[in-house]
Design a protein around this ligand. Structure first.
Ligand code: PHE
Length: 455
């Protein structure tokens, strides 16, 4: 096996986070995103509340931890982002990195477009438009208008590019140190507000008390897919951030903190949204799926005492969540370009930024001017989402498990983690990584493809 730390090309000037806290905030910033606030509550609502919550938590502490540790360790031991990390175990493995590199390249543009939608909602609420945002067709007419969503998406994307261009320490670290704590504060304020609405306690009960009769295999797969997405797993991101983690920091406890923060935010987001919808509109409205945040929730805000303020707080916190994730996606892309193609940070920001903007515009156009374009029956944004999250991500996850289990060797990972940590999860780590995880992820992949074909 090659010893990756000997690599001559390892850059002495590689940027690093200033410490464990900065790493935790940035990695949690990546993890906490639209997935937590938008996707988690509607999945939890759809799959029976408490039982979904319980399943999700069990998955995070088993499968999720295994993956997060692996990717971070891979990054830190090689000191490289995804392509370089795989390549340092042999030229023949470079393609794995290249494949994984494409995932953030596909996700970042449409994720930014949704970030742009959120920005539009925030501005609407902040300028006194809470009743406009609550109109039935506000969302659909906004996203299908030809230019406006592109404008907001562009604003969002330029912000992410700017932060990444500023660099790891003065850009990413700083942005996360402001946005993450602010996100928590806003989340707590809006959650308390939501819980005090009359009738909210019924929803709290639904959310907390597991109804075991609602347990199904489909629910487990949904929870697993959500976990991968939410923890930003198998998308080259944690390898990159792991490579910025100083060798002296406790890797295991940092990863535990990140996963804990991510799960807390998802949990609180459910607590903020599910009881409020229950109380104001009734439980049947919980099944609104992806429309929950953009359509149902404005309806909820409209019939509460402080619609404008709470709506603005809510969408601001979603902006923070989405921006810190968008930044991690773009950083991952840029880091790979600088490591692998030898580009400067400026050049990578420019070239990859332009590509992202074009793809963002196409995703937006898919709901408006380009709505006649469908790929495999999907609209453009949905296709990008499907191919990256439902197909490429599970493939990347399976390959990563097998690669680490059988090429790098779990011993090498053990060594990297044990350098600074107790590695308390070691007893189940090996079996999980080599055998259980690849099988479970293969099931996600099959079920995603089958449901896409059926749908
Ligand atoms: N984890 C982020 C979220 O929950 C999404 C994300 C996916 C971020 C992929 C980076 C990469 O929204």
């Amino acid at each position: 096996m090659a010893n990756p730390t000997d690599s001559k090309s390892a850059k002495i000037t590689r940027p690093k986070f200033t410490g464990g806290l900065a790493f935790v905030l940035a990695a949690a910033g990546s993890a906490v995103g639209l997935g937590n606030i938008w996707r988690f509550p509607y999945l939890a609502a759809q799959y029976g509340g408490g039982i979904f919550l319980l399943t999700y938590i069990i998955l995070v502490i088993t499968l999720g931890l295994t993956f997060s540790l692996t990717e971070n360790a891979l990054g830190r031991m090689t000191g490289k982002s995804a392509i370089g990390a795989f390549e340092s175990f042999g030229k023949k493995y470079k393609w794995i990195g290249l494949f994984i590199f494409l995932i953030p390249v596909i996700i970042f543009p449409y994720y930014s477009l949704i970030g742009g939608w959120v920005t539009k909602y925030f501005v609407t609420y902040a300028t006194g438009g809470s009743s406009i945002a609550a109109q039935e067709d506000f969302f659909s007419s906004f996203i299908s208008s030809p230019l406006e969503p592109m404008f907001w998406g562009l604003l969002f994307i330029l912000f992410c590019i700017f932060v990444v261009w500023k660099g790891v320490e003065s850009g990413i670290e700083r942005a996360n140190k402001v946005m993450m704590p602010a996100l928590f504060v806003l989340l707590i304020i809006v959650t308390i507000y939501a819980l005090t609405l009359p009738g909210a306690m019924e929803g709290v009960k639904y959310y907390f008390v597991p109804d075991f009769s609602k347990f199904s295999f489909e629910m487990v797969l949904a929870a697993m897919g959500q976990m991968f997405y939410s923890l930003s797993l198998a998308m080259a991101i944690l390898i990159t951030y792991g490579s910025y983690l100083p060798k002296s920091e406790d890797l295991e406890s940092s990863v535990l903190k990140v996963n804990l923060m991510d799960t807390c935010v998802a949990f609180l987001a459910g607590l903020m949204i599910i009881p409020a919808v229950f109380a104001v509109l009734g439980p049947e409205n919980l099944n609104s799926g992806p429309g929950l945040m953009f359509v149902t929730l404005p309806g909820v805000f409209a019939s509460t005492p402080l619609p404008g303020l709470m709506g603005a707080f809510f969408f601001l916190l979603v902006i923070f969540a989405a921006a810190t994730s968008g930044i991690s996606l773009f950083e991952s892309i840029v880091s790979i370009c600088t490591d692998t193609f030898g580009w400067t940070r400026n050049k990578a920001c420019l070239i990859m930024g332009i590509i992202a903007i074009v793809m963002m515009a196409a995703s937006s156009g898919g709901y408006g001017l380009l709505d006649f374009v469908t790929i495999l029956g999907f609209q453009i944004l949905d296709f990008f989402d499907f191919i990256s999250n439902s197909v490429m991500m599970p493939i990347a996850a399976i390959i990563t498990c097998l690669f680490v289990g059988f090429v790098v060797g779990t011993k090498a990972i053990d060594k990297e983690i044990s350098q600074t940590s107790k590695f308390v999860t070691k007893p189940f780590y090996n079996v999980m990584l080599k055998f259980i995880a690849p099988v479970l992820v293969a099931l996600i992949l099959i079920s995603n493809i089958v449901s896409a074909l059926a749908g």
